[in-house]
Write a protein that binds this ligand. Structure first.
Ligand SMILES: *Cc1c(COP(=O)(O)O)cnc(C)c1O
Length: 453
């Protein structure tokens, strides 16, 4: 029998996170206070984040030890398996070798627990009693609810109202883990009440939910706020994925020519790719190609601009230098909810601006076609977000078929799709849409942004 799966033992799990900040081709520009336009100080951030995470956010240290308590909880589901997709290669008739790292075996079914566990741990150590957060379809909220339960913290989740009613299963999962879940906009905050007054039937949005969660955290000393992507410390925690993948490929004497992952806020992409980009930036692997895949209906890297913008609608977050479609842009309702964010992590944005990485976008229906081919070959139902990476990998593998090159492709299967069956139901009933996003729409939202270079 051929080896379809490459495992690592618990003992082989990486003991440090990899911080890409000291290795970036040029330094990141600092986040700015939206009122004063001055750089945000660590003290400003203490109202909502614990000091150890703020330090990680700005750390010049290349490797940061993972505390024993975090490793112990990781070991419930990590190291995650690396698969060689022999059957997908055969289905495509490609000479390429395709590998995928499977993060769907983590509790809640995605990579998001990698940072949720770390964030809950550092908040607990800082004496925090409660965490607030936002969630769209519920992937981040459910990951964080598992983490906060492990560390005995309370969790208040603001769940975008449409999802609260349309996607009840992740809400139930969060409640099983002891979280308090309310539909956003809610009556719990001033920003929520202001919106409800104007628009009692508001369906909510991630931007509104973030504003509500931050507002509550700012008001209470024992409450902090937690974000599931975008920030430097979130990218940092996710690098456990790529470090494991590197060790697993070493076991079979391989190294990727092309790395592919979907990009919403950028964390699963960063998690898989940054430890390999480290080799590229050092000059050891100059030809390595790294590709971020995004939906054509939320094309942050491929169509957005590299500017200072806000992370939320109400303006509670700092101004962040990133690729953005504009903070008031509301992406079409594609099923890959985790990819519907207007901005992109500053680190990923910097690498794209410096042309260290590439980006491609695909439409919803071709992405679901790719998910179906993958399911047929490999037997795993992917999350719609992860299916974007599959589409990207298939597209590169088919190019290899044309040129006859046996390239090694590695992609991140960031999660499973068992709680996305509603989306697959629409797909098999031919009810999916390919949204076209006119250039004027994008320019319209970008026109509002402050002009800071
Ligand atoms: C949230 C999510 C994503 C996108 O978020 P990133 O921060 O870009 O990783 C991708 N895949 C899955 C399964 C997700 O839950």
């Amino acid at each position: 029998m051929r080896e379809n799966v490459i495992h690592l033992s618990t003992k082989e799990m990486p003991r440090q996170y990899y911080n890409i900040l000291p290795d970036l081709p040029s330094p990141l520009q600092p986040p700015l206070n939206p009122q004063t336009k001055e750089p945000v100080s660590p003290e400003d951030l203490l109202a909502i984040f614990p000091m150890e995470l703020i330090e990680q956010e700005m750390s010049p240290q290349r490797f940061i030890d993972i505390p024993e308590e975090i490793l112990e909880i990781y070991s419930l589901s990590r190291p995650t398996p690396l698969y060689r997709a022999y059957r997908l290669e055969e289905l495509l008739g490609t000479p390429a070798k395709i590998y995928y790292k499977y993060e769907g075996v983590n509790p809640a079914g995605s990579h998001k627990t990698n940072t949720a566990i770390a964030q809950a741990y550092y908040n607990k150590r800082a004496g925090i009693k409660r965490i607030t957060t936002e969630t769209g379809a519920g992937q981040w909220g459910s990951a964080l609810s598992i983490a906060t339960q492990h560390f005995g913290l309370k969790l208040q989740v603001f769940m975008v109202k449409v999802s609260f009613h349309q996607k009840p299963y992740r809400k139930t999962l969060m409640q099983m883990h002891g979280a308090e879940v309310v539909p956003s906009p809610s009556n719990l905050t001033q920003s929520g009440r202001a919106i409800l007054e104007q628009e009692p039937d508001s369906p909510g949005s991630l931007g509104i939910a973030i504003s509500e969660a931050i507002e509550l955290a700012v008001q209470d000393r024992e409450t902090n706020y937690s974000l599931g992507s975008v920030l430097n410390h979130v990218m940092l925690h996710q690098t456990i994925i790529g470090q494991e993948a590197k060790k697993q490929l070493e076991k079979v004497g391989d190294y990727p020519d092309i790395i592919i992952a979907s990009a919403g806020g950028g964390s699963n992409f960063a998690g898989l790719s940054f430890p390999f980009i480290y080799d590229k930036l050092r000059g050891d692997k100059k030809d390595l190609r790294v590709i971020a895949i995004e939906p054509a209906s939320c094309p942050t890297l491929t169509k957005g601009k590299y500017l200072y913008d806000l992370g939320d609608v109400a303006g509670y977050t700092p101004l962040i230098k990133m690729f953005t479609l504009g903070h008031s842009f509301v992406p079409p309702s594609i099923h890959a909810g985790g990819l519907r964010y207007h901005g992109m992590a500053p680190t990923v944005s910097k690498l794209y601006d410096e042309k260290v990485i590439e980006a491609q976008s695909f439409h919803q229906i071709e992405v679901f076609d790719a998910a179906r081919d993958f399911l047929k070959a490999e037997g795993i139902l992917p999350a719609p977000e992860s299916a974007h990476a599959i589409k990207g990998a298939i597209s590169e593998a088919l190019k290899c078929k044309e040129t006859g090159e046996a390239k090694t492709i590695l992609f991140n299967l960031s999660g499973h799709g068992f709680l996305d069956l509603g989306a697959y139901e629409s797909y098999i009933n031919n009810k999916l849409e390919d949204y076209q996003l006119p250039e004027e729409t994008i320019l319209h939202y970008l026109a509002d942004l402050p002009d800071i270079q």
